[in-house]
Design a protein around this ligand. Sequence first.
Ligand code: HEC
Ligand code: HEC
Ligand code: HEC
Ligand code: HEC
Length: 158
Amino acid sequence: MGRFWVILIVVIVLALLVGGGVGGHHVSKQNDFCIACHAYEKVSWDHGDHAFTNCLDCHTKGLVTDKVQGARKVYLMFTGQNNPHNDPPSQLHPQKTSDNCAACHMTSEVEANDPAFFAQHTGMMENFDTCQSCHDYSGHDPELQALRFEAPRFAQED
Ligand code: HEC
Ligand code: HEC
Ligand code: HEC
Ligand code: HEC
């Protein structure tokens, strides 16, 4: 069996174990998993307006996709193809993130309790694709988050 496959299998098993695929889902542990690779995001989240919310509340793309993506990310990192502290992500998923915002903020409960907000936002969403169009980086302090690309804290060896 080639080295690639050994690494891939180890990585998938690790991702499933560490990612909370085995045993009960424990919310705080899941955040710890994310934070292991996303230190800047941890800080900007701590100082943002959603520190009470878990990473995956905004970033989930469904359980299966999360697991596949998680395994891929562990693989990319362990094979040195991506440094999550400094490299910009190759893709973001703004529409999924926005759907996750709506899952908390645009519920029938909100509609009942705050009809003005709900009506205003339903109207606005007819002209905008995502919540982020107006609420830039909700969940992260945008200034702290910007430091990530401006000032890598540790010099990289090639
Ligand atoms: C092993 C390291 C590692 C762990 C653990 C990890 N990530 Fe990532 N993450 C990465 C890498 C590497 C990328 C860039 C992937 C790419 O460019 O394709 C990334 C990209 C992302 C992105 C941008 C792309 C997207 O999917 O929208 C988000 C958001 C993200 N991670 C959130 C999380 C969350 C939430 C968790 C915890 C459930 C987590 N990450 C756990 C390494 C990791
Ligand atoms: C309230 C929602 C929310 C929470 C909670 C949240 N994020 Fe995000 N995150 C966002 C938004 C919005 C973006 C901007 C990109 C986008 O629109 O998808 C983003 C971007 C990111 C990116 C891409 C970085 C970049 O600069 O492009 C990563 C990685 C990430 N978040 C990881 C995390 C991690 C890890 C946690 C938990 C410690 C977390 N996020 C908590 C909403 C959230
Ligand atoms: C897990 C549920 C949850 C998710 C997911 C979530 N939020 Fe929130 N958000 C809250 C709660 C709770 C509050 C505080 C009470 C309130 O203002 O509704 C809040 C507050 C806010 C506020 C007011 C913040 C302030 O301090 O003025 C904005 C704006 C907001 N959220 C936008 C977003 C956006 C945009 C997203 C997606 C990127 C998002 N939220 C994702 C639960 C959530
Ligand atoms: C066209 C711009 C726009 C879009 C798109 C938008 N919002 Fe807003 N949002 C606003 C404005 C303007 C306010 C009120 C300004 C303020 O007090 O910060 C606001 C306020 C909020 C608040 C705070 C309400 C309060 O009582 O303090 C929340 C929560 C919120 N938006 C969530 C969302 C979510 C979730 C989405 C996506 C479904 C979204 N917004 C899309 C412009 C927008």
